[in-house]
Design a protein around this ligand. Structure first.
Ligand code: ATP
Ligand code: MG
Length: 591
């Protein structure tokens, strides 16, 4: 910049000085020439007039002395810078009659413009370089008609060349001085204008790149000082506004991120403007996809129903709502609502779309489980009830009269009623455990004692099959529990191990304490459970062999109750089983 300013001003100066020099040279040359020309003309007139006064005879004299006489006379009159005035007389044929200086040729002069013009136009003028001396002369010629003589007065114009030379010298000096001044001016300009502008540009760039704390110091009191003040004021205000906006933005973003619902904002071209944390979590977006602001919808969300509802919102310019399923292998149930964003002044123009997604998976699954549970309970209740009603009908129809048959029927009714009662009891227990967070009636009990309490009942149940129960429970284990729950746990596990065992099978009940955890294992060498049933075994009413289980009076709620008890005590339960080899349940309960 500094260099450019110097070059421009230097070029401008040089051109201006050269043009000025040329102009002055031209003007002074013209002035000098005009002055010389008028002097020569009046001198020629004066000589012609003198010739007029002289007689013919006198004129016939030798012209040479006459020319010398006039030359001397005029040279004296002429200014000092140009003393040589030459006079030449010719006849109308151009032959030289007399001359004041031998410098001038005596050859015929008729071809010279001033001579021919004087003869034919009464006035002749020309500027010519003398071939011999190489000097430029101004010639003025006038005729003396009575004697048919031409008077020519010539003056060297060498002075003009000298004048021009000195003018060129002065012009050159002026250019050098001008260049020096231009250099100094550009230096001054650089320090007072360019450098402050550069500083302003640097600070503006820093601010544009986000460093709003930057201010400029130009140290000037003129217009630049005012500019500095205005600029800093503007930067201050921008800083405040950006801060306020950033804070507001952060608050809005944290609010949106703390919302459980997924929120997605799209612009008019279906490009992502904003996506909150819940949305990223629900849609299981990878880290790279969370940085997806500016990406197109299809690049990030590949779910067809979700894309469809969004496209429909853009197409119809109206809110939509739909339940969709999302993701694999775990299906998510989502409630999607979309709302178009319209331009305030034109409701038909769509500026973008806001998508909100509510994860209703838990609610939907619970609802499904509830429906399933109700239908299972209804079914389980219906079976014994139908059986009871059937036998009552039969008794009423006459079977009551046959005492033996009636006794048999009443026994069956009794068994079915028992089954109903067990079922209802199990359901009540399950719903009780499900509904509480912490157990009640808790106290410290020795685990072995609790098992020994239920052992006689279990041994009785094991008797028909001749199943042996081996017990190896560490009697130092003391736990704070509700004794009924733990007994229920033993009852259900060992009951299963008896029921689903072969004749003369064996059961091992072990418990020990390790690293703040009580490990309880119930193992049998019974029929085992095929692999495909392992995942569902803890579901309510789930039974591997429905017929067989029912025959044994099973409702399919035993393991479900166990699982809920274990959960209530923040424990875990695992099962390993192989068909034909046996099953083992391992429960871990924190102390
Ligand atoms: N130790 C085991 N060996 C083999 N199969 C088992 C064992 N324990 C449970 N099962 C299988 O798991 C199913 C579910 O057991 P669960 O205890 O929940 O129900 P149930 O025994 O059929 O009925 P309930 O216990 O309510 O009287 C059983 O029907 C059975 O098929
Ligand atoms: Mg059971």
């Amino acid at each position: 910049m500094k260099k450019r300013i110097f070059l421009y001003s230097a070029a401008f100066m040089t051109v201006a000085v050269i043009l000025g020099g040329l102009f002055v040279s031209k003007v002074s040359s013209n002035v000098y020439q005009n002055k010389v020309e008028s002097f020569l003309l009046s001198s020629a007139n004066m000589i012609v007039y003198q010739m007029e006064l002289q007689s013919q005879n006198e004129l016939m004299q030798d012209f040479d002395p006459l020319a010398v006489k006039y030359s001397k006379l005029l040279s004296n009159k002429q200014d000092k810078v140009n003393p040589d005035v030459h006079v030449t007389f010719t006849d109308y044929n151009g032959d030289v009659l007399g001359r004041s200086s031998s410098l001038f040729s005596i050859e015929n002069q008729i071809t010279k413009k001033e001579i021919s013009d004087a003869i034919f136009r009464k006035y002749g003028r020309s500027i010519r370089i003398d071939k011999r001396s190489g000097v430029r002369y101004l010639h003025i010629a006038l005729p003396h008609e009575p004697s048919e003589t031409v008077v020519r007065i010539s003056v060297s114009l060498a002075y003009i060349t000298t004048l021009n030379r000195s003018l060129f010298l002065y012009t050159f000096i002026a250019i050098i001085i001008g260049l020096l001044l231009a250099f100094l001016a550009s230096r001054k300009f650089n320090s007072t204008v360019i450098l402050p502008i550069k500083r302003l540009i640097q600070v503006s760039t820093d601010i544009a790149e986000g460093d709003y704390s930057k201010r400029v110091t130009l140290g000037a009191s003129d217009e630049l000082g005012k500019l500095e003040k205005a600029f800093n004021q503007m930067a201050e205000e921008t800083d405040h506004k950006v801060h306020a906006l950033t804070e507001k933005n952060t608050r809005v973003i944290s609010t949106l991120n703390s919302i459980d619902h997924g929120i997605l904002a799209l612009d008019k071209d279906k490009k992502i403007l904003f996506i909150n944390l819940a949305m990223a979590r629900i849609c299981e977006l990878k880290d790279s996809e969370r940085e997806c602001v500016g990406c197109s919808l299809m690049e990030v969300f590949r779910n067809v129903p979700l894309s469809n509802i969004i496209h429909e919102t853009y197409r119809d310019n109206s809110p939509k709502s739909q339940d969709i399923q999302f993701g694999l292998p775990e299906t998510l149930y989502l409630k999607v609502s979309t709302n178009p964003i319209n331009t305030p002044h034109d409701k038909n123009k769509i500026n973008g779309v806001i998508v909100t997604i509510q994860d209703v998976t838990t609610v939907t699954k619970l609802e499904k489980m509830r429906t399933q549970f109700v239908s299972n309970v209804t079914h389980e209740l219906k079976t014994p009830l139908t059986s009871i009603r059937g036998f009552i009908e039969t008794l009423r129809a006459g079977a009551i009269n046959d005492a033996e048959v009636a006794e048999q029927f009443l026994d069956i009714i009794d068994i079915e009623a028992d089954r109903l009662s067990i079922l209802i009891n199990d359901i009540l227990q399950l719903s009780e455990i499900e509904s509480i967070k912490d157990d009640v009636q808790m106290d410290y009990y020795a685990l072995r004692e609790l098992f020994l309490d239920v052992l006689p009942v279990l041994e009785k149940a094991a008797e028909p099959k001749n199943v042996q129960i081996h017990e190896q429970i560490d009697d130092t284990i003391i736990m704070k529990v509700n004794p009924g729950r733990i007994k229920q746990l033993f009852m259900n596990l060992v009951d299963n191990a008896i029921k689903y065992n072969k004749d003369s099978g064996e059961i091992w009940v072990r418990a020990y304490q390790t690293e703040g955890v009580v490990v309880l294992k119930v193992k049998d060498n019974g029929i085992g459970i095929p692999k495909e049933h392992h995942v569902r075994i803890f579901e309510r009413f789930y039974r591997v062999d429905k017929g067989r289980s029912r025959e044994m009076g099973g409702t399919g709620l035993g393991l479900s109750i166990i699982k809920h008890i274990v959960n209530l005590y923040n424990g875990s339960i695992k099962m390993t089983s192989n068909p034909g080899e046996g099953t083992e349940f391992v429960i871990r309960l924190p102390l």
